[in-house]
Design a protein around this ligand. Structure first.
Ligand SMILES: [Zn+2]
Length: 247
C-alpha cells in the first residue's frame, strides 16, 4: 500500500457510476494522476468544495498496487482560483494550459517544475494579469521543460551565430531560427524581430517570477504567438482540443 499526501491541482472531474467521481489531478512528485473519490457525490463531507476544476488542494491518496488508480481519502482546499471557472475567457485559457501540461507530462512523470508553473500561471490570471502574456510565457516555459526549447543561438541553415540584431525566421521542423539569407519569412516560417528573440530567450530560461519586459510589447506577443502555434503543433503532432475554444 502506498500512501501520499501532497498539494495537487485538480484538472478535471467526471461522474463515475452512481456516487463516485473520477478525478484527474497534477501533483509535484507524482505528476499527472487519476484517482477515484468514492461516494463523493453522496457524502460531500470529505471533499467539501475542494474538487473543483483548477482548484489547488491538499490531497491524501493511496493505491494498493502500482498500476491501479489512486483512491482519494480526503482533500482540503488551499486556493479555489474561482475566476478561472466564472470568467469564460480565463476558463478556456486555463483548460488549454492544463491540456498542454498533460500532453507534455503524461501520467506519473515527476513534474514539480510544471506543477509550479501551472500554479503560478493560475495565480497570475486570477490577479488580473493579461491572459495573452500568461499564455505566451507558459507556452515557452512548458515547451522548454518538455525538452522542446527553441534554439536561438545560430542559424539552423548556415550556422552563423545570431547576434541579437535583425530579423530571424523560425524554422518549424528544425525547432530553431534561420537567417534571412537562408530562408524567407512566410506563414509557415514566421519571422521575429530582435525584441521577440530576446523575450523568448528569457522565457525559456529558468525563473518565471517576472515576465520578460518584452512581453508588454504587442508586436512581440503577436510574433511569439505565431511561432508557438507552429512549434507546438509540430512537436506534439496534434492540435490541442482546447485550442478551438481559445481562438
Ligand atoms: Zn543562415
Amino acid at each position: 500500500m502506498e500512501h501520499y499526501s501532497s498539494q495537487a491541482l485538480i484538472l478535471r472531474i467526471k461522474d463515475l457510476g452512481e456516487s463516485d467521481l473520477l478525478v484527474l489531478f497534477f501533483a509535484p512528485e507524482k505528476g499527472l494522476c487519476k484517482g477515484i473519490a468514492k461516494a463523493a457525490r453522496k457524502s460531500r463531507r470529505r471533499f467539501v468544495n475542494c474538487l473543483d476544476h483548477f482548484s489547488l488542494s491538499q490531497l491524501d491518496y493511496h493505491r494498493k498496487k502500482e498500476n491501479q488508480l489512486f483512491l482519494l481519502d480526503s482533500c482540503k482546499l488551499i486556493q479555489a482560483y474561482e475566476a478561472l471557472r466564472t470568467d469564460y475567457r480565463l476558463l478556456t485559457l486555463s483548460s488549454y494550459l492544463a491540456e498542454l501540461a498533460e500532453t507534455l507530462f503524461p501520467l506519473h512523470v515527476k513534474a514539480d517544475e510544471m506543477f509550479e508553473l501551472l500554479v503560478r500561471s493560475f495565480e497570475l490570471l486570477c490577479q488580473g494579469e493579461a491572459p495573452e502574456k500568461v499564455r505566451i510565457a507558459f507556452e515557452g516555459r512548458a515547451m522548454a521543460m518538455g525538452g522542446y526549447a527553441i534554439n536561438l543561438e545560430c542559424c539552423c541553415g548556415c550556422g552563423r551565430a545570431y547576434k541579437g540584431e535583425g530579423r530571424a525566421v523560425f524554422v518549424t521542423e528544425k525547432g530553431g531560427i534561420s537567417c534571412l539569407a537562408c530562408r524567407k519569412e512566410s506563414k509557415r516560417y514566421p519571422g521575429m524581430g530582435p525584441k521577440s528573440v530576446r523575450a523568448l530567450k528569457e522565457i525559456q530560461g529558468p525563473g518565471y517570477d517576472n515576465f520578460p519586459s518584452g512581453l508588454s510589447n504587442k508586436e512581440v506577443l503577436e510574433e511569439l504567438k505565431m511561432i508557438f502555434r507552429q512549434h507546438i503543433l509540430y512537436r506534439l503532432g496534434k492540435r490541442l482540443k482546447t485550442l478551438k475554444y481559445l481562438e
